[in-house]
Design a protein around this ligand. Structure first.
Ligand code: ADP
Length: 153
């Protein structure tokens, strides 16, 4: 059976931290679905279409990486798409506590799923999409924090 993982998130926008986790996970799985969670009640900072377009560009040279959007529960998306692994990055102990509860609940909802966590590399530990959004809102230069394919309008 194919080993398929989902890397779920908002990716608003994708950062070099996200990029690094996916690149490191490529050798571990036959396929990785980077899945942009869409919340009908929450628009986000960048439009979903823009976030997807950036992700497609970032991973265009990696045939085992696919970009999708989904609504609703991550485990339902996994069931529908034959996905057996949920991939997440761990930056801090706060991430760990957050991921532990979601991961344990997801496992209860869908016992066939396994959660796989990769520790963030030290240089990416302080980085998150909300910092990037703050820099952009305040007219700063966010380019060091996003993959080179991401060009802000
Ligand atoms: P969410 O909306 O679930 O917080 P994000 O888009 O922020 O989604 O993150 C998606 C995944 O990427 C999460 O597993 C998160 O831990 C991981 N991640 C976010 N930022 C980094 C980073 N700087 N380094 C490594 N992993 C990261």
């Amino acid at each position: 059976m194919q080993k398929i993982a989902v890397f779920p998130g908002s990716f608003d926008p994708v950062t070099i931290g996200h990029e690094s986790i996916v690149l490191r996970a490529i050798p571990l799985f036959d396929k990785i679905v980077v899945a942009v969670g869409v919340n009908a009640d929450k628009a986000g900072f960048f439009p979903v279409e823009q976030r997807v377009e950036w992700l497609k560009k970032v991973f265009e040279n990696y045939p085992s990486v696919e970009i999708k959007t989904y609504e609703g529960l991550t485990v339902e998306f996994c069931k529908k798409n034959n996905i057996g692994f949920i991939l997440r990055g761990l930056r801090t102990s706060a991430d760990f506590e957050f991921e532990r509860s979601i991961g344990q609940i997801n496992k209860q909802l869908y016992p066939e799923i396994e959660n796989v966590f990769l520790l963030t590399t030290p240089e990416h530990t302080a980085l998150n999409s909300s910092i990037v959004r703050d820099i952009i809102r305040n007219n700063g230069d966010a380019t060091p924090f996003v993959p080179k394919q991401v060009k802000f309008p």
